[in-house]
Ligand binder design. Structure first.
Ligand code: ZN
Length: 273
């Protein structure tokens, strides 16, 4: 059949859009009987044929599914996908949020209560977009990685971790990533403040505190003051944005993507057994 349903994303995909491994990753199933399916690509008369096939070899059943799925028109598929869109996005975004759990552990519920869409978070996002537009992101971020000390135990090599973190960072700067970006920035700032209060750079803490705990006016005042100050040879606000980007990217780099991928594969194998 040409179309299959992703159980994880609750979206129907055309066979041409997926590769073999995606079927496990996204838990692809037959929309008619819900059996697991796999992707087939074969050549016929010099043309590439893409389709999904059932693992179960029951010819009658497969033919029946073929008829039922083949009868779904483009409008039906589009209707299903539109209806599922909200849940799919929520699921997609929750994956990253859940990845922060082992890093912050028992402190996460307390931290989450403090997280809101602060003025500072939105401002930092806008300015990060400008940084992203101008900078050689890959070069800059990959340099960051050489300083990282808290990489998780992972079976991915560092270069792979960096590529994934970079893709996630780019996603966070996209429109749908906005919510997670705000979440991450607030989390990074609150965590930095809690960890360093009384020990760390007093000047930096004096800036971070009103950004997370102050109201809009206090945050705007800090922004205005820093924009007119020089910090280690840079504009003060640009220095703060760079600091936050650096810390956030290091957090992304420290997430255990290998474990996450493994969980997807394990879930798939359990489904097949
Ligand atoms: Zn079927």
């Amino acid at each position: 059949m040409k179309t299959a349903l992703s159980a994880l994303l609750d979206e129907m995909f055309d066979a041409e859009k997926l590769v073999y491994d995606d079927c496990a990753r996204w838990q692809m199933q037959c929309p008619a009987c819900h059996e697991a399916v796999f992707k087939v690509l074969r050549q016929e008369a010099g043309r590439d044929l893409h389709y999904f096939a059932h693992y179960r070899r029951d010819k009658l059943l497969a033919e029946e599914c073929e008829l039922r799925v083949g009868a779904m028109n483009a409008e039906e598929v589009a209707k299903h996908n539109a209806a599922a869109r909200g849940q799919r996005l929520a699921y997609y975004l929750s994956v990253l949020k859940d990845q922060f759990t082992p890093i912050y552990g028992e402190r996460l519920p307390t931290l989450r209560k403090m997280i809101g869409r602060t003025w500072a978070g939105r401002k930092i996002r806008t300015d990060s977009l400008i940084v992203a537009a101008k900078a050689d992101l890959k070069g800059n971020f990959l340099d960051c990685a050489t300083h990282i000390v808290d990489l998780p135990e992972t079976k991915f090599e560092l270069a792979r971790q960096q590529e994934i973190a970079l893709h996630i960072w780019m996603h966070l700067l996209s429109n749908t990533g906005r919510d997670n970006f705000d979440f991450m920035i607030d989390l990074v700032l609150i965590d930095f403040h809690q960890e360093n209060v009384g020990y760390g750079d007093a000047r930096l803490l004096d800036v971070v505190r009103p950004l997370i705990m102050g109201g809009k006016r206090e945050a705007q005042e800090v922004h205005w003051r820093l924009s007119h100050e020089e910090w280690q040879g840079f504009n003060g606000w640009a220095a703060i944005v760079n600091f936050i980007v650096f810390v956030s990217f290091n957090k992304l780099l420290g997430l255990n993507y290998w474990q996450l991928t493994k969980e997807f594969y394990d879930a798939q194998n359990k489904g097949r057994a």
